[in-house]
Every structure is written in structure tokens, then in C-alpha cells.
Design a protein around this ligand. Sequence first.
Ligand SMILES: [Zn+2]
Ligand SMILES: [Zn+2]
Length: 272
Amino acid sequence: MIGTDYHIHTHYVGCAQPEMTIPAILEHARRVDRTSIAITDHCDTPGRLAKNRLIRDELERTDPGELEIFFGCELNIQNLDGELFLSPEQVREERFELVLAGVHNTWFEPGEATLTQIIERQIDLMCKVASNPMVDVLVHPWWIPASQFKRELADKFTSLEQVPDELTHRMVETCNEHGTAIEFNVGATWGHPHTSDEFKTSYTEYVGKWVELGAQVALCSDAHRIERFDLLPRGEQVLAEIGIPEEQVWRPQNEPAVVGSKVITSQEGCNE
Ligand SMILES: [Zn+2]
Ligand SMILES: [Zn+2]
């Protein structure tokens, strides 16, 4: 039993559904038998940073009970150099306990690049993310930005067998070298309703390659809506079928320190 989900969005930032309140997230994480989770909303602009402070405030006042809950964020690379919006100092100051990062853009204009060029660029950018010492988890490999790809390339990019093994090795080896885990993203990539069965099957084999190459794998939902939590048990089963060793299941090394840190116990509340 893996029991994790280290990639969850909230209603605060506005990308997720209004139903993604902290109490609802906790309720549904427990419903699908999670034991360790992280709240990780987007944090790529000053406005989103301010929203993340509101999330932290609520989490500080939330009693986690038996559930282990971390406070983290999801960053997007800002340019072709792979730069991120936050510095390591800011991550510390804002008390983020884990940093997810990934590729949400390739900076190709529609029609400008071939599938091979897009695949090579995605790998290049993912390696830049994975090499950043601040990043704990490389999120959603091959999540395809709809605006750039889906219309033009959906028919051409149908299977991860189209990604040359050599490039997959490069990505996993870069992650291993820098201690960066790779996300098995069940909600936005593998299990997304728009993902074809062919792509899904090839994705499962692809995750098997990461495991074979010794990667640390983080099981996550990337939930923007409650129903995405329901994909976690199936994702967990897939990892079991692949035969992932326990030591390759990624978990944060630190104890959570933010969630519940300002919960007032009833005893304290009685002080005069
Ligand atoms: Zn993302
Ligand atoms: Zn996300």
C-alpha cells in the first residue's frame, strides 16, 4: 500500500474547481485511503504566491489528525533555460516543504515543430527541471499543453513508444543523479478521461522503464476536482503490477511542520 498523493490543487488559486476546499480534500484523501499527502498549488506569479500564503494560513490552523500533510507548491519553468519563479530562499521563507516542477509549455508556435522536435525539447526541458537542486519531483512527463499540441499532434503522438529509449534513459538518469523523483500522475496524464487506451497502456510500460532504471517514483493525482482522487487506487495497483520496490516509492524525507502548527488545543483555549 503506497497511500500517497503529493500533488493536489485547491480552490484558492483558481485553476481547480470551487469544491477543492481544504476540508473536502482531506475528507476525500482519507476516503481513498491516503496516509500521506501534499497540498501543492501553482505558484508562478506574485498573485499566486499571495494565494499560497492563504493556503498556508488555513493549513497551519488545520488539525491533520492521523493524516500526514505537507505544504508544497507546483512551479512551471519560465523559459527555455528552465528558470523557476521562486528562489531557494523564497521557498524557505514561504515554508514550502516540497517543490514540484514541470514543463507546461515548449515555446514552439503551433505548426512550427515536428513531433520529433517537440519530443526532444520536452526531454531537454524536463532534464533542466530535474537538474534544479530545489526541485523534489519532476511532474507529469508528457502532459501535453492543449493549446500547442492537442489540435495538431493528437493524431501523431499516440504512444510513448514514440519516445526513443535513449531519451527516456537521459531523463531518468538526470533525475537519479540529482535526487529528483518522477511523478506518476494519475489524474492529469495517465488516467485523464481524454487519454486514449493506447497512450495509457504505453504510459504504464513507460513507468515500468523508470522503475527498471532505478527512478524514485511519486504517486500523485494532480487533482483539480474531487473525482480525480478516485484514480489513485488504480494507479497504486499499476505500480504494484510493475513491481516497484518500496525503496523506489518516493516520500518526503522531512516531517511535516506547517500543517497544524497553529492549531489551538482545548487546554490552551481555556487559559485566562
Ligand atoms: Zn502542472
Ligand atoms: Zn498540477
